[in-house]
Design a protein around this ligand. Structure first.
Ligand code: ZN
Length: 305
């Protein structure tokens, strides 16, 4: 995410000034000078606040020191963050994390006193998932209309955690993102190609162009034949059990799940994915602007409670 995209902000300022000047011109030559002036100035100011206000808020947010307890949690729990090898990369990651948390609604499931209390670690792991996916895409903006609701553990279609509840995360077509807190944390403790934090946000990228078709918005290869061919070829092989063991079987469900599961493996087992399916790895590497197979892996200590 961009903290202060100067060109964009200048363009918004230009429109705002244009509206204000049009109002003043109307005041000088029109029949209702006060009304025209107030309208032009009001519209200009409103436009600027609406379009650029968030960047001012981002700039003051990142001017504050990053909370040290948050840094400790990221260091302990997020291998991707630990593996970043420059101060600049770490600062960008931290900025993405706090901007995400400042702009998104993340809360526990339930009502009133029964609402689940969620801790900083849970919030940070969700924001870190977004920061990992966006680390090589500085212009990526996450849609802000989706609430992120955290359930204590896996849930079923009725959002109940009883019985054979097996859903660890879910994205509604135009609604909230749901996470199981337990599975979210587990996803960052193991490198088994299963990370629900990344998985659900990969669906959000896929849905950004309006369709859950396994083709994320903004990809240079959005409508490109090779990508669609890769997806249908790999889906066929997965279903016939002829695909190497680098994606979870769930990838064979449909195009959308294929993309989300491939993203998990791309970040969790990049070398294995690159070795077993270089074509798929290259497509994802180009889209995300990252080459995680080249990053020296610095794993968290294996002791967890
Ligand atoms: Zn899914």
């Amino acid at each position: 995410m961009q903290v202060w995209p100067s060109a964009k902000i200048r363009a918004h300022l230009g429109v705002a000034l244009g509206l204000a000047l049009a109002g003043l011109a109307g005041a000088a030559f029109g029949a209702w000078p006060w009304t025209a002036a107030a309208l032009g100035l009001g519209l200009g100011a409103g436009w600027y606040l609406w379009m650029a206000g968030r960047y001012h808020r981002r700039r003051s947010l990142v001017a504050e020191p990053f909370p040290e307890p948050w840094r400790k949690i990221l260091n302990r729990r997020v291998d991707f963050y630990r593996s970043l090898d420059s101060d600049d990369a770490r600062r960008r990651f931290e900025d993405d994390v706090r901007i995400f948390l400042a702009e998104q609604q993340v809360y526990g499931a339930g009502e009133g006193d029964a609402r689940l209390e969620i801790d900083d670690e849970t919030r940070l792991l969700i924001a870190a998932s977004a920061a990992i996916l966006g680390h090589g895409m500085p212009d990526l903006e996450w849609p802000r209309m989706r609430d992120i609701v955290v359930h204590p553990r896996a849930f079923d279609e009725n959002y109940s955690g009883e019985g054979d509840a097996h859903i660890s995360g879910m994205v509604h077509y135009q609604g909230p993102i749901l996470y199981s807190e337990r599975d979210l944390k587990l996803g960052f403790r193991r490198h088994d190609g299963h990370n629900v934090g990344l998985h659900e946000l990969a669906h959000v990228l896929d849905l950004a162009d309006g369709a859950a078709d396994g083709v994320p918005a903004g990809a240079a290869w959005v409508s490109s034949a090779p990508w669609l061919e890769i997806v249908s070829d790999r889906l066929r092989k997965l279903r016939q059990h002829r695909y190497p063991h680098v994606l979870r079987d769930y990838a064979g469900t449909n195009e959308a799940e294929f993309f989300a599961v491939a993203v998990e493996s791309f970040f969790e087992r990049p070398r294995k994915l690159r070795d077993k399916d270089p074509e798929l790895y290259t497509m994802l590497s180009e889209y995300f602007g990252q080459d995680p197979a080249k990053t020296p892996q610095r794993r968290s200590p294996r002791k967890f409670r």
